[in-house]
Design a protein around this ligand. Structure first.
Ligand code: PLP
Length: 462
C-alpha cells in the first residue's frame, strides 16, 4: 500500500485506540446509564449522508464524539442487565487483530491461521466444559444462532432416523415433536420457529424454573414419532439448572434428541466447585452457549456444539464447485449456518489462553460469589426480599409490592451507580441482577448493595 494509505490507517487507528482506552478507563467510575437516549444521539448525527466524504481519522473523531453520551457502561462491574459479560484485555485486543486481518474464516484452505486458532479454541472449549471429545463446534453470533444451529441439526437427525429426507422439506416428513420446560428462554422459542419446529410444547417447571421431568415423561409418552427435548443450564431469572440426568434418561427411552441451552450456565461445568449443577449435561446431543456472556469476550460470539460432528456437517455444510475442500476435514462453514464470517473464535482462544483452565474456574466462581454477596447484602435491607434460590449468578429482588419494586428499579437506573433490569417472575415484579462481568468484585458488590439501600430509603420501602 502506498504511504498515504498507510498514514490514513495509522491516524484512524490511533484515534480509535485513544478513544477506546478513554472509554475503557472511564467505564468503572462513570454512571452506568447513558446520558442520552436514541433521539439525543440522533440529534448529534448528520441527518443526511453528506455529499462529500471525510478523512478517516475525522470520521472516527466524529463518531466517538456523537456516541460518547449515548453509551451504556455495559463493561461496568456494576452493570447487571440482561446477561451481558464484560471483555478481557486479551480477548478485546485479539478482536482488533481479527478486524485488521479481515480473514473470512469459512474455509480452512484460504485462511489457515484463523482456522487453526479456532480449531484449538474449539478443542479447549469442549474439554473445559466436560463435553464429549470430537464434538463439532461452530462459532456463531450468539446463543440464539447456536440454538438454531443445534435445532436444525437435531431436526434433520431425528427425521433421518425415521427414514425421512430432511432436504425434501418438512412438509414431506412426519411431525417433529419439540418439548421444553415452562421456563424455556425466548431464544429457544425463536430458534424453534425459524427451524420449522414451531414453539416448543411446554411440559411444566418447578418454582425455580427447572423442567418438570414427570411432565416431560408424560408428554413424550403421550405421542409418537421423532422428538427433540430442549433443556436449560441457567435460567435467566433464577439461574437454575434442569435435572439433566433424569431428563436425558427419559428422553433416551423415547429416542428423543436432547439439546441444552446453556447460554451462560454451561460455564458452571468449568468450575470444580459448581460443576455439580451440570451433572448429566454431557449426556445430551447438542449444546448452545455464549462466549460473549460468561467468558467475557467482546460481542459477538456464541458457540454451537454437537456431539455427532457428522450430523452437524450433514445439516449445516455447504458445497459448491468454487469452494475449496481440504481432504475430508470439515471446514468452519460446515458447522455454522453462514458461509462468510469473521474469525470470532480467535478472541475465545485469547480469553482462554490468558485465563488458563484455573482462571476460567476462578472467573465462574467469582461471578457466583458476587451473586451470593448481593443476595446476602440485599436480604439485610428492611423490606427487600430475594425471591430465587441463588445457586449461580442470578438474583431476583422484590419489595413488598410490585409498584415499590418497579419504582426501585427505576430509581436505581436513574441514579446511575448500578444498572439492573426489571422483569416479572412468578407473577411478581422483580429487579433482576445478572452477574456476568469479571470485574464484579467485593467492592462492586458493596457499592451495589449500598445503592439499593439508598434507593429503598429514598422510596420509603420498609
Ligand atoms: C442470552 C441467552 C440466550 C440468547 O443468547 P444471545 O447470545 O443473546 O443470542 C439464550 N438463552 C439464555 C438462557 C440466555 O441467557
Amino acid at each position: 500500500m502506498d504511504e498515504a494509505t498507510n498514514e490514513q490507517y495509522r491516524r484512524a487507528l490511533e484515534a480509535a485506540h485513544r478513544y477506546a482506552l478513554g472509554w475503557l478507563e472511564s467505564v468503572r467510575d462513570r454512571p452506568v446509564r447513558p446520558e442520552l437516549d436514541v433521539d439525543g444521539v440522533l440529534a448529534l448525527l448528520e441527518e443526511r449522508l453528506p455529499q462529500e466524504g471525510a478523512q478517516p481519522d475525522d470520521v472516527v473523531e466524529e463518531l466517538a464524539a456523537a456516541a460518547e453520551d449515548g453509551l451504556m457502561a455495559m463493561g461496568s462491574p456494576r452493570f447487571y442487565g440482561f446477561v451481558i459479560g464484560g471483555t478481557y484485555p486479551a480477548a478485546l485486543a485479539a478482536d482488533w487483530l481479527v478486524s485488521a486481518w479481515d480473514q473470512n474464516t469459512g474455509s480452512r484452505q484460504p485462511t489457515p491461521a484463523t482456522a487453526a486458532v479456532e480449531e484449538v479454541a474449539a478443542r479447549w472449549l469442549v474439554e473445559l466444559l466436560g463435553l464429549p471429545a470430537g464434538s463439532g463446534v461452530g462459532f456463531v453470533t450468539g446463543a440464539t444462532m447456536a440454538n438454531l444451529s443445534c435445532l436444525v441439526v437435531a431436526r434433520d437427525a431425528v427425521l433421518r432416523a425415521v427414514g425421512a429426507d430432511p432436504a425434501a422439506g418438512l412438509q414431506h416428513g412426519p411431525v417433529v415433536r419439540f418439548l421444553a420446560g415452562d421456563a424455556v428462554h425466548t431464544s429457544v422459542v425463536l430458534a424453534g420457529r425459524i427451524a420449522g419446529l414451531g414453539a416448543p410444547r411446554t411440559v411444566g417447571a418447578d418454582a425455580e424454573g427447572r423442567i418438570d421431568v414427570g411432565g416431560l415423561e408424560r408428554a413424550l409418552g403421550d405421542g409418537e414419532g421423532p422428538a427433540i427435548v430442549a433443556l436449560q443450564a441457567g435460567d435467566v431469572h433464577s439461574g437454575a439448572f434442569d435435572d439433566f440426568s433424569a431428563a436425558v434418561d427419559i428422553a433416551r427411552r423415547h429416542g428423543a434428541w436432547v439439546h441444552v441451552d446453556g447460554a451462560f450456565g454451561l460455564w458452571a461445568a468449568a468450575s470444580p466447585r459448581l460443576r455439580h449443577l451440570t451433572r448429566g449435561l454431557a449426556e445430551a446431543d447438542s449444546w448452545a452457549t455464549d462466549a460473549h456472556k460468561t467468558l467475557n469476550v467482546p460481542y459477538d460470539c456464541g458457540v454451537a456444539i454437537v456431539r455427532d460432528e457428522a450430523a452437524m456437517t450433514a445439516s449445516l455444510g455447504a458445497h459448491a464447485a468454487y469452494l475449496p475442500v481440504v481432504a475430508s476435514i470439515a471446514d468452519p462453514y460446515d458447522r455454522v449456518p453462514e458461509l462468510s464470517r469473521r474469525a470470532r473464535g480467535v478472541p475465545v482462544w485469547a480469553a482462554l489462553r490468558s485465563l488458563g483452565r484455573d482462571g476460567v474456574g476462578r472467573l465462574v466462581d467469582g461471578l457466583a460469589d458476587a451473586a451470593a454477596g448481593l443476595a446476602a447484602g440485599f436480604s439485610r435491607i428492611p423490606g427487600l426480599e430475594v425471591l430465587n434460590d441463588v445457586v449461580f449468578t442470578q438474583v431476583c429482588l422484590a419489595a413488598p409490592d410490585d409498584a415499590a419494586t418497579a419504582a426501585l428499579g427505576e430509581w436505581l437506573r436513574a441514579e446511575g451507580t448500578v444498572w439492573a433490569s426489571s422483569s416479572t417472575w412468578r407473577g411478581r415484579t422483580v429487579v433482576r441482577f445478572a452477574v456476568s462481568n469479571h470485574g464484579t468484585d467485593a467492592e462492586a458488590v458493596r457499592r451495589t448493595v449500598d445503592a439499593v439501600r439508598r434507593g429503598a430509603d429514598a422510596l420509603g420501602i420498609r
